[in-house]
Design a protein around this ligand. Sequence first.
Ligand SMILES: Nc1ncnc2c1ncn2[C@@H]1O[C@H](COP(=O)(O)OP(=O)(O)OP(=O)(O)O)[C@@H](O)[C@H]1O
Ligand SMILES: [Mg+2]
Length: 474
Amino acid sequence: MAKQKTKILVIDDDPKVAWILSEGLSNKFEFVSARDGMTGLQMVSTEKPDLILLDIKMPGMNGIEVLEKLNKSNERPEVIMVSGHGDTNYVVESIKLGAAEFVNKPFDVQEIEIHINGVLERSRLKREVHELKGELESKSVYADFIGDSDAMHRVKELIEQVADSELTVLIRGESGTGKEIVARSLHQLSSRKKQSFIKVNCAAIPRDLLEAELFGYEKGAFTGAHKTKQGRFELAHKGTMFLDEIGDMPLELQSKLLQVLEQQEFVRVGGIHTINVDTRIICATNRNLEDAIAKQEFRDDLFYRLNEITLALPPLRQRPEDIPLLTNFFIEKYNRLYEKQFDRMSAQAIERLTSFAWPGNVRQLENMIKQVVVRNDENIVGELLSAAGTRPMPHGSVAGTQPGAATTHEDPLPADNYSLKERIGRLVAREEKRIIGEVLGKTNWNRRKAAEMLEISYRSLLYKIKDYNLNATD
Ligand SMILES: Nc1ncnc2c1ncn2[C@@H]1O[C@H](COP(=O)(O)OP(=O)(O)OP(=O)(O)O)[C@@H](O)[C@H]1O
Ligand SMILES: [Mg+2]
């Protein structure tokens, strides 16, 4: 197919200019022309030129005004200003307004051809850099979303299928399984990627502030509302709104959210005007929303509306084959971040990591690898796993904000400990320990047989026996 000629729009009240250019260069470029600024602006949208040659002095709207108007549109073609004698004062102004070049009248056709080619080449390079940057940006988060298990391949496939749609996605999964990475990936793989990604953690903002935070407020709406403030939904206009821990959204706000979903509109706190927003909503939760509905803590109509697509992230213990990959990824990440040279884990260390239950999922693994890299010693893996397996890690410890997995005794949690993550983590470990104990009992502590029945490797079983401190007298 023949390459289309570059289209150049000449805006000049003197028709000779377009004529001269056309005569001299029509074998190289296609010229269209306008004799005043207004017509020129209209032709920018109808003709979609690749470049504009813009005269400065024209009756009516002058070239500077045309350039100012052009700058208001999102993308405009490059502009070469053409000036007669005595227009030099405008040079600085047009450069400030982003004109690519400045040529004086009368001009030589060859000279103008050089300018045109120079500007086109620079704009092509600029576009390429821009596209590359966009590609890099969209790759950055998604490329760091690691997983080669079948389950993760299915998740990635679904992400790619629904990212660039307007469907509301509900991301479910235990804590630390990567819900936020998925939300960011959905945004970055969508055509909204250049607009804002706004995250609101519904559990982290006090109930009475959440409404104002999400929907904004008018001056005087409540004590302390000294001036009108935009809410996060307004900031997410044209972009993506990520409502994290949606299960914790108070009932009274759920109906307002439903209105945004159904009519793309809402009213600020204390306001009377309806505000329209165009935002894509993504939610995440590790709560069982069906239970919350049964307890009348969550509206079922909202649930169905949020749940146009569910993306369920499997816990790490259900995809142990991802553990070596993730481990290497985090080793590289923290080597780079902390300028360390930790080499890699031995096969034995990897096997221990692979057979652990990871109640805190990828986040817990990441925190553990971070410690190994910082201390540059893989021998601490056993120690860390035993610690994670026998007592809860304190929140905020270097090992992570995740609690430990198992407990050797059936010790109840302190009464004031309501951390869901910690409780679930302990339950998982307790159950694992119980099952292993039961099978070992059945097989009379024949460990090979027990490993077979449990469908885990013999070595994994040995580690688990050690991690859980199991012995034949239990
Ligand atoms: N598949 C993955 N590849 C690489 N890193 C991951 C992956 N999954 C999770 N992570 C990392 O683990 C940590 C926890 O992930 P994320 O914050 O997305 O979890 P979450 O599901 O939102 O957890 P929570 O429910 O506690 O908020 C982050 O540092 C994230 O980068
Ligand atoms: Mg999260």
